[in-house]
Ligand binder design. Structure first.
Ligand SMILES: [Zn+2]
Ligand SMILES: [Zn+2]
Length: 601
């Protein structure tokens, strides 16, 4: 009898311990028993808060008392000016590089000091990564704000619960292998915390390169995944970074430097002003200074950062690593390992598919690449990443061109379920049948990389993919077609439609009232839809704004005359004196002075 009682007691105690354990371990309401696996966002470059620290561990603060972000660099102008002033003046007077390169390289070293890595590829700076080692449900209001600002998944959180959403923060300039390992461990933590035996991951931009490492180094993780929803992933880096590591900079060409380079990056008049000011140095001096600064940036800073190597396309890696990593064997060992991960990217994604993991991809196209490196126009792009990288090897025409009238769909992927599918984009730019996942890749025309999270159709597509099983592929619903377009209806939603609805219709002519009503209806239909064509938003906005102006409910927008002083001066200099510095041509300074007055009047 005693024995039986003690046995029962043991069992009771054991069971109660178990249930305590179970409660202690799962933090979700569902206890892991719902249909929606928790989602882990693996964000893009610069989408994690990394704060600079003082030597004593306190946050470094700027003049306004705000914490200082390490990404992309910590520029302290007050420290640079006193160090640079003498070399700048001496170089101007002597018209030679009298310490100017050294001063600027010093400034680069100071600015990137916090992001520097040693010969083992480990960070040496003093910083802290703001990590969220718990679900969004447990995040403070401040933390939620940080996360949702980067990726507005509030609707997903409403559908699946904030306890089913995680944000994996990391240092964009950190150690690649360590961060991949951290992600693997993070996935294990999320499984344990939520009680789910599988998770969904959302690799965004640079997060795509981390996912490459994850599948290569921890292939067992594939059994932990239900879905992978890639968003503009850098699966084969970016040609900008390839050009950086091979020092294939567009501004090394002086003609381009003085006429074209800056205009592509900023307002034309500002760009032209810099071009004119740059001419106070002879062109050879200026280019040699630029080359020295670029050398410093690439060799001393970028070549040690293994996360950045993760963005070097496989086509550039052999040349770049041979040139830069000869004396850094440990970094090369790590980047060689990642190179393998990149070479195997498609193969590993195919293994995911074969194992039954649902893999989706959302990409942008037809936005010219920032013109920094000479490869900018080798492939279509989203402004930051070339299209064949995000869209898993897809073939497309470059920005502004089409595949041609006689182009025939190539059907090179094994993953298209039906060869009768039409995978050519309506604008005849992309042949989606050539990417690895033709039936699961969604393309957004004219959508820029950096504004991806502001495209509400992309966010709602990701939400539906993560929170439901409604979308099986690009043919599941016309709401989310394979080929969609750029949009950001915030102005329509928050300004134009409310303004239009506040207009007193009874005071308008019948014709105006009808047009206003129709314009509102069209605008609301646009806002409430998730599928559109390129340029549709502008049409809808213009129609609504035009009628608002016509009925006097909105001031017509006044177009400011663009300023042209420095534009005229820079072009006059370039046409007449090529790339020469102002003091290289006798008497030119006087002519410039009179031209300046002439253009100003
Ligand atoms: Zn659940
Ligand atoms: Zn297909």
């Amino acid at each position: 009898m005693k024995k039986i009682v003690s046995c029962i007691l043991c069992v009771v105690i054991a069971l109660s311990m178990l249930s305590v354990c179970a409660f202690a371990e799962t933090k979700t309401e569902c206890g892991g028993n719902c249909d929606t696996c928790p989602a882990i966002v693996v964000p893009g470059i610069g989408q994690s808060n990394v704060w600079a620290l003082e030597e004593n561990g306190d946050y470094m603060l700027d003049d306004n008392g705000n914490r200082i972000m390490c990404f992309p660099a910590v520029l302290d102008i007050n420290a640079i000016i006193p160090k640079a002033i003498l070399p700048v003046l001496t170089s101007l007077i002597s018209q030679k590089d009298a310490g100017l390169s050294d001063a600027l390289c010093g400034a680069v070293r100071d600015a990137f000091a916090v992001n520097m890595c040693d010969k083992n590829g480990k960070n040496t700076g003093n910083f802290v990564v703001e990590k969220y080692l718990y679900s969004v449900a447990e995040c403070s209001e401040y933390e939620k704000e940080q996360i949702y600002r980067n990726i507005p998944l509030q609707n997903y959180a409403k559908m699946a619960g904030e306890d089913h959403l995680y944000y994996f923060a990391y240092n964009s300039f950190g150690n690649n292998y360590d961060i991949v390992t951290e992600l693997y461990n993070y996935i294990q933590m999320v499984k344990a915390e939520t009680g789910h035996d599988k998770v969904n991951i959302v690799p965004i931009s640079m997060g795509g390169s981390i996912a490459n490492g994850l599948f290569e180094y921890y292939p067992q993780v594939m059994d932990d995944l239900q879905k992978v929803v890639y968003i503009v992933p850098a699966l084969n880096g970016s040609t900008i970074v390839g050009d950086l590591y091979t020092k294939n900079f567009a501004f090394f060409d002086t003609d381009f430097l003085y006429n074209g380079f800056l205009e592509a990056l900023m307002d034309e008049e500002d760009a032209r002003m810099i071009e004119v000011i740059a001419r106070i140095l002879p062109d050879e001096v200026l280019t040699s200074v630029l080359r020295n600064v670029a050398d410093c940036l690439v060799e001393e800073v970028a070549s040690n950062i293994t996360m950045l190597w993760g963005l070097c396309p496989k086509e550039y890696y052999p040349e770049a690593s041979a040139a830069l990593l000869g004396s850094k064997p440990e970094i090369k060992r790590q980047t060689d390992m990642f190179y393998q991960a990149q070479l195997n990217s498609d193969k590993n994604i195919q293994t995911l598919v074969d194992k039954g993991v649902k893999v989706f991809n959302i990409v942008d196209y037809d936005v010219p690449m920032y013109l920094i490196g000479n490869s900018w126009n080798n492939d279509n792009a989203d402004g930051v990443i070339h299209l064949s990288s995000t869209a898993m090897g897809v073939h497309s025409a470059i920005v502004g061109e089409t595949l041609g009238e006689s182009y025939v769909q190539a059907n090179t992927s094994v993953n298209c379920a039906d060869l009768s599918h039409n995978h050519i984009s309506p604008d005849n730019v992309v042949d989606a049948s050539t990417g690895l996942l033709p039936d699961h890749t969604f393309y957004f025309d004219a959508q820029g990389h950096e504004q991806t999270a502001r495209n509400d159709a992309i966010i709602s597509l990701a939400t539906v993919l993560l929170a439901t099983d409604d979308i099986k592929d690009v043919y599941s619903t016309p709401d989310y077609p394979q080929f969609n377009a750029k949009r950001d209806p915030r102005a329509l939603k928050n300004t134009y439609i409310p303004e239009a609805k506040a207009v007193d219709m009874s005071a308008l002519s019948a014709e105006d009232a009808a047009e206003l009503a129709a314009a509102i209806e069209e605008a609301e239909a646009f806002v409430n839809s998730t599928a559109c064509y390129e340029g549709q938003q502008k049409e809808v906005e213009d129609r609504l704004v035009n009628i608002l102006v016509k009925v006097g409910a909105r001031e017509p927008s006044v177009k400011e005359e663009p300023k042209t002083l420095f534009t005229n001066l820079s072009l006059w200099l370039y046409d007449n004196y090529g790339t020469n510095g102002i003091f290289e041509v006798p008497g030119l300074i006087v002519k410039v002075f009179f031209k300046l007055i002439e253009f100003a009047l």
